[in-house]
Design a binder for this molecule. Structure first.
Ligand SMILES: C[S@@+](CC[C@H](N)C(=O)[O-])C[C@H]1O[C@@H](n2cnc3c(N)ncnc32)[C@H](O)[C@@H]1O
Length: 188
C-alpha cells in the first residue's frame, strides 16, 4: 500500500537549493518521499534528519548512513539536533498536516470514510484521544478548539450539537461523530 504520495516534490526540494555537504531536516518525514529526494541530491558528506511523531512512520525508515530518523514531535527539534551534535542546518522542510496513510486507516479515527474508534492521536503515545475530548470538554472549550484549530466558522453550532448528542449517547466512533453533525454538514 502507498503510505503517502509526496506533494510538490520537485518544487519543494528545488526550493531548498541543496548543498551537497549540507545538513537538512525533514520535520514531517511520513512516507519519506521528500526525504528520499533530499538524499538523492546530497553528497556522501551531507546529513539528513527526519522527524515524525507517528510511530507508523518508523516503518518507512531509510537505510542510508547519511540519514537519522527521530520519532518525536518536531517541537523538540533544537534539543534533538543538539543531541546529535548539530549546531547549524542548511534547510528545513515542513510538509504539514496528516498523511494519506493516517486517513486510510479507519482505526486511526481521522477519516469520515471509515467507521473506527474516535482516536485521532497522531502520536499514539499521547494520553488523550479525540474520544475523551468530544466526551468530556465543555461546549465552550469544544467551540474554541473547532474555531482555532479547525477554522470552522460555525464552531459554536457544532459544539452545541455535539454536547446535545452526547447527552443521548456516548460518541466513541467516527461514524457516531459524523452522524451527530450530519444536519450541519452534508457529508459523503
Ligand atoms: C503530509 S505528511 C508528510 C508526508 C511526507 N512529506 C512524505 O513525503 O511522505 C505529514 C507528516 O507529519 C507528521 N507530523 C505532523 N505533525 C507533526 C509534529 N508536530 N511533529 C512530528 N511529526 C508531525 C505526521 O505524522 C505525518 O506523517
Amino acid at each position: 500500500m502507498n503510505y503517502h504520495s509526496p506533494v510538490l516534490l520537485k518544487e519543494s526540494i528545488d526550493a531548498l537549493a541543496i548543498k551537497e555537504d549540507g545538513v537538512y531536516v525533514d520535520v514531517t518525514f511520513g512516507g519519506g518521499g521528500h526525504s528520499r529526494e533530499i538524499l538523492s541530491r546530497l553528497g556522501e558528506n551531507g546529513r539528513l534528519f527526519g522527524f515524525d511523531q507517528d510511530p507508523d512512520a518508523l516503518e518507512n525508515v531509510i537505510d542510508d548512513a547519511r540519514f537519522t530518523l527521530i520519532p518525536e514531535n518536531f517541537r523538540y527539534i533544537s534539543r534533538f539536533l543538539r543531541f546529535n551534535g548539530v549546531k547549524k542546518v542548511d534547510g528545513v522542510l515542513a510538509d504539514l498536516g496528516v498523511s494519506s496513510h493516517q486517513f486510510d486507516e479507519g482505526e486511526r479515527g481521522f477519516s469520515t470514510r471509515f467507521d473506527g474508534d474516535l482516536d485521532m492521536r497522531m502520536n499514539q503515545k499521547s494520553k488523550i484521544s479525540a474520544k475523551e475530548v468530544i466526551g468530556s470538554y465543555s461546549e465552550e472549550k469544544l467551540a474554541e478548539i473547532l474555531f482555532l484549530y479547525g477554522e470552522l466558522r460555525n464552531s459554536r453550532n457544532i459544539a452545541k450539537t455535539i454536547v446535545e448528542k452526547r447527552q443521548e449517547e456516548k460518541i466513541e466512533t467516527s461514524f457516531q461523530l459524523k452522524e451527530a453533525y450530519k444536519n450541519i454538514y452534508r457529508m459523503r
